[in-house]
Structures are given as structure tokens and as C-alpha cells.
Design a protein around this ligand. Sequence first.
Ligand SMILES: NC(=O)C1=CN([C@@H]2O[C@H](COP(=O)(O)OP(=O)(O)OC[C@H]3O[C@@H](n4cnc5c(N)ncnc54)[C@H](O)[C@@H]3O)[C@@H](O)[C@H]2O)C=CC1
Ligand SMILES: O=C([O-])CC(=O)C(=O)O
Length: 329
Amino acid sequence: MTRTPVNVTVTGAAGQIGYALLFRIASGHLLGADVPVNLRLLEIPQGLKAAEGTAMELDDCAFPLLRNITITADPAEGFNGANVALLVGARPRTAGMERGDLLAANGGIFGPQGKAINDNAADDIKVLVVGNPANTNALIAQRNAPDVPAERFTAMTRLDHNRAIAQLAKKAGVTVNDIKKLTIWGNHSATQYPDIFHAEVAGKNAAELIADQNWLEGDFIPTVAKRGAAIIDARGASSAASAANAAIDHVHTWVNGTAEGDWTSMGIVSDGSYGVPAGIISSFPVTTKDGKFEIVQGLEISDFSRARIDASVAELVEERDAVAELGLI
Ligand SMILES: NC(=O)C1=CN([C@@H]2O[C@H](COP(=O)(O)OP(=O)(O)OC[C@H]3O[C@@H](n4cnc5c(N)ncnc54)[C@H](O)[C@@H]3O)[C@@H](O)[C@H]2O)C=CC1
Ligand SMILES: O=C([O-])CC(=O)C(=O)O
């Protein structure tokens, strides 16, 4: 049976994440090895020529699943009929900046794109915001798309999730395959809280197995939370291939489901669970099935975890208030 192609829009297609992302979408890693895709590359006018070059290379791969490529600087055309939208296009930070410092530069991008999604995307649109500050940019896009169900707007904390899994696996001396139920709470920023208290290492509770509070507080949490800055310091540019990989993972898991006995982390519109104010876009532990996600409920939150979740959520509330002040939501 021939499946109907899925329309996937990528903004910032000519940027470094775009270059690492598009070839994997076209080769079937985003949605599945049997799902044909049409690519819509949305750029600003200055980025169109480079996007055309990338499209030439995509052609040259002769990907069996890639049906057609549209390149445009017009958001209405870029999001026309989109089933999946990856909002990557935004300025990256450089050394010495926090991601929140990008709010003024990037916030203005996401209102018009949210509106264009509202007016042009397919009814089943799923949106992942990657451009920083991702949670609050996702909030801006969501608030500008009143006809789209709020839960279709998500922000990427999967890179943090994957980073935390890698660090925990190293410490425990196991492979990443043995790590389950890791959670990133809060903002994709230095205040995020990577939580190992419910995580499992080969079926055993991670915090009890590691039993090393100094490592947890002095090494694991800051290493994960500040990894983006460490990459900028080492590479001279912000994470690209790992960010693209996380975007692929995020959407693949959303569409195809979490594994039995595991969950993932996604920035989603809070319903008030775990005391996170309803309406802000915060990272939670979620399970996914049939293209829908649910927050994992009933986890016991210790005082240690509570203080860290609250601090990150307080930052998200501040960011929400700042963009409200700027008239972006
Ligand atoms: N959530 C996460 O975990 C991560 C987020 N990021 C963020 O992703 C964003 C993109 O990073 P890079 O690809 O490295 O940046 P880049 O500078 O290489 O590429 C950005 C691209 O976006 C385009 N662009 C700018 N405004 C646009 C608009 N209004 N519409 C469409 N395209 C537009 C630019 O022309 C450029 O080609 C940055 O904000 C970065 O901080 C990066 C890594 C991880
Ligand atoms: O740190 C940055 O600016 C880029 C990013 O979001 C990450 O690598 O997590």
C-alpha cells in the first residue's frame, strides 16, 4: 500500500541544525521507514540560496521516501498543509549568553509563525520548537494559534534528556540501553532539573544504586544543565548534530510511542500537574501512544526535587511575564 506523504516543515533550513536534520527526515528517521515525506523549507530571504543548495544535495541522495521539496520565505506557503513543523529558525547564543538573552532577538519570530500555522497547517499539525529560548518561544507560537489545540505545541528538552541518559550510563558503567525513566523538569535552560530519583539502571532505582549526593549535585546536574555552554566553548558554535538528533527523537517518539516501561521528556503546555502553573510550557515526564502524550502521574517528589522544579518553573513564569510585557502573547 502506498501511504500518503506527510508534509514536514523545517524553519531555519539553511542553518547548522537544519543541515544536520533534513537528510535524516528525508531518509525516514523522523516518522518511519515506510512514510514518504514532502519537505517545506522555510527561511528568511537571505537564507534561501543556501537552502536551495541543501535541496540540491537532498535531490542528489535519491532518497526513496522524499517526494518533493518546497523552498520559501513566505510562512503561509511554508506551513501550508503542514502535518509536522520543526521550528528551528532562530539566532543561536554565543559564549557568555544565557538562552533567555535571546528572547528579544528571537521572540518576534514565533508569533507570526504561530499565526501562519493557525491559518495554513493541516488539522493534525504537530509542532516542535527548537529555537531558543525554546519553551517560551513555543508558548508565543501556541498563543498565536488559537484554533490549534494547545497540546500540539511542544518545546525540545529531548537533548537534555539524552545528555542526562549518557551521563548516568557513564557513571553507572552501563550502556544507554539500560537507562529508563529519566526526567527533565522545567525549562531548557541552566535551571532545568534532570531527575534520577525515578530513573532505573538495568531495572534498579538509579539514585539508590549510585548513592552519591556529591556527584548528583556537583557533577551530574550541572554537567547536564550547562552542556550547551560547554559545547559552545569547545566547538565555537552551539550544538547542531546532537540537537538535530534530539529533534528526530522527539517527533519519532511523539508519533510512534514510548517503549513499554519507559517514558521521555517533552516541553508541553502544563495542565497544572506537579504544581506547575497551568498554561506555561514546561518539561515533564510523558508517555506517548498513537500520536498523543500523557504526563506520567503520581511520582513522589522529594524536597530536593521540589526546590529544583520550582526554581526552573519560576524562571518560566518570569519569561512568560516578560513576553506578555513585550506584547508577544
Ligand atoms: N532546544 C534545544 O535543545 C536547542 C536549541 N538550539 C537553538 O536552535 C536555533 C537554531 O540553531 P542553529 O541552526 O545552530 O542556528 P543557525 O544560525 O545556524 O541557523 C538558524 C537559521 O534560521 C534562519 N532563520 C532566522 N530567522 C528565521 C525566520 N524568521 N524564519 C525562518 N528561518 C529563520 C537563519 O537564516 C538561519 O539559516 C538557535 O536558537 C539555537 O539556540 C540549538 C541547540 C539545541
Ligand atoms: O546551549 C545552546 O545555546 C544551544 C542549546 O540549546 C543546547 O545545546 O542545549
